[in-house]
Design a protein. Sequence first.
Length: 389
Amino acid sequence: MYIKGVNLGNWLVLEKWMSPALFEDTTAEDEYYLPTQLPPEVYEARIKVHRSEYISERDFACIKRMGMNAVRIPVPYFIFGDRPPFIGCVRELDKAFGWAEKYGIKILIDLHTAPMSQNGFDNGGICGVCKWSQMPKEVDFVLDVLEKLAKRYGTREGLLGITPINEPITEEMWEMMDVPNRYPPVDKEMAKGSAPNSLEFFKDFYKKAYDRMRPNMKKEAYVIFHDGFLLGAWKEFVTRPEFSGIMLDTHQYLMFAESMGCEQTLNGYIEYIQEHYAKDIAEVQEYVPVICGEWCLFNSYAVGTDTKGGQSVLNGMDFGGAEEMGAVAKKNLYGQLADAQLAAWRKGSGYFYWNYKLLLDTVTEPQWRGWDCWDLGKSVDQGWFPTER
């Protein structure tokens, strides 16, 4: 099965930039601080309404109509409701499996956050803090969550696989993203000691996660390791004889390419895609199946100014002087970038677009111009993304 999928991000794991209204009347920048700034009943109502309305059965029918055969669902470490004040969401995941199986769609469960975070990103649950791997009890907690997920969904028809942890950051990406400055922590004392994780830690963690999950999963399902932004570093590990049903997940965004010096032009992007994405994936695919679990069409050229690696107005960026690209030029740009990236993912085992939908107003709020391509639904409707692929 070649995987053609889309992420259901911002459903069960919140990201402020994707749905700013959820954070109204607070100064919270991440999910950790949201419940600390709202009365409990307001927080609970806001979360429950969001979850019930953001994704429903109808969305799975739409995803199927787009030509997709899989969804990647980010879930939080508190999915089972055992980490107050956060609200569990296992019932929503139960529903998703029912919907997916009705429409012939596979689900990749992605554990997207960990206590005290595995990356310090806003999508890791708490900005500027990265201490999870330094806390043995919390590492064990996550392993327990993974075992529970495997036992609950491991034999479901709709299960594609489970990812033990999303985007665990290592030193190179920590420095490139300048995490402490890009995602300044609210509590500097709490953030003290935050640091990138070692590859050795993740190899040990992945082995323990595999041993806890695999006995509870059907043989057709995958244990999917994120590459920690080091796609070529895993050959010896993933080819160990004790592993079966392993897949490697890499995330490739053009905004990362820009941070590594990619020229912000159509030709610059396409050359980078061919010389890096396609070649790197083809090389690794020789010894382990590879998916691109996150990618999109977003780029600074379409925005009209350098976004400094995908930073937005929420990072303090000012796009007031950006020139909006015309509709015809934008369609041509996105169409060629979609074709080039889809061809690169064909060197591997598939992809998941980020993201299925956003709750941004890219028309009347000019600071979000150019960000509409993160939304697959809009990208399909605008003819930017070829559904036949």
